[in-house]
Design a protein around this ligand. Structure first.
Ligand SMILES: C[S@@+](CC[C@H](N)C(=O)[O-])C[C@H]1O[C@@H](n2cnc3c(N)ncnc32)[C@H](O)[C@@H]1O
Length: 227
């Protein structure tokens, strides 16, 4: 689909606003949802068990900006096969594309993939960006990846096992999974789980300026297959 058609489709459904994320290498132009709080009532969904699912994909989270800065500091990803899970508006994957990676952007929300696709095109990621609607509880992937990216996806404890299982299964033996999260206290229990999946990790915490100008702490976990 051309970027013009994507834009028409998105504009017919959502109020939008453009934001620029300033990185050292170059600025990234992101089209995101304007005032996502106003859509909470219409986009929240209750599942058959009565659990309410909030539309978290409608926000560009500080963790995505933190991961984008981290990836911006990596010199070169040329030719690497990269997977992003829970990609939202696609910021981290776009930076990985600009570093030369071939990125498969995935999320289980179809509309967020329209934004990610549009944003990728807007930032010159044409040939190396692929998009797939995918639930990380049931990954439909045919091969492994040398990098797996994820920002702000471990906010529910129920996500930890499927995400770590996916990383264990689809990361190449010498690959690296890079996950960012907003320094929640619950993440220390997550980090205790990492070793159970045959992975080791390092962690660092950065100050990140969100789209609203507020500074957040974002932790970056880099995970590798053990030995
Ligand atoms: C908090 S948002 C983070 C979005 C984006 N990565 C960011 O940091 O701005 C969580 C994202 O994970 C996606 N997500 C939640 N559960 C998922 C699942 N089971 N499979 C795939 N994606 C999922 C949501 O649609 C949403 O885009």
């Amino acid at each position: 689909m051309s970027s013009q058609l994507l834009l028409q489709r998105i504009k017919s459904r959502y109020p939008i606003v453009d934001r620029t994320i300033s990185l050292i290498t170059n600025p990234i132009r992101m089209m995101i949802i304007d005032d996502p709080d106003s859509l909470l009532d219409t986009l929240s969904k209750e599942d058959p068990d009565g659990i309410l699912h909030l539309p978290y994909w409608t926000y560009l989270w500080p963790s995505a900006i933190g991961l984008a800065h981290y990836l911006d500091g990596i010199h070169d990803l040329t030719g690497q096969r990269i997977l992003e899970i829970g990609c939202g508006f696609g910021l981290a994957g776009i930076v990985a594309c600009q570093k030369g990676g071939r990125v498969l952007f995935t999320d289980y929300e179809r509309d967020t993939l329209s934004f990610a696709r549009y944003n990728a095109l807007q930032n010159g990621c044409t040939d190396q960006a692929y998009f797939l609607q995918m639930d990380w509880n049931a990954p439909c992937l045919k091969s492994k990846f040398s990098r797996i990216l994820a920002s702000d996806v471990i906010y529910e404890q129920a996500h930890w096992a499927p995400i770590l299982t996916l990383i264990q299964k689809y990361l190449t033996p010498d690959g690296e999974a890079i996950l960012s999260e907003p320094n929640r206290t619950s993440a220390s229990a997550f980090s205790e789980q990492i070793g159970r999946y045959g992975l080791t990790y390092t962690k660092r915490t950065d100050d990140v300026v969100g789209t609203d100008g507020v500074v957040f702490k974002v932790s970056i976990y880099c995970m590798k297959q053990h030995g």
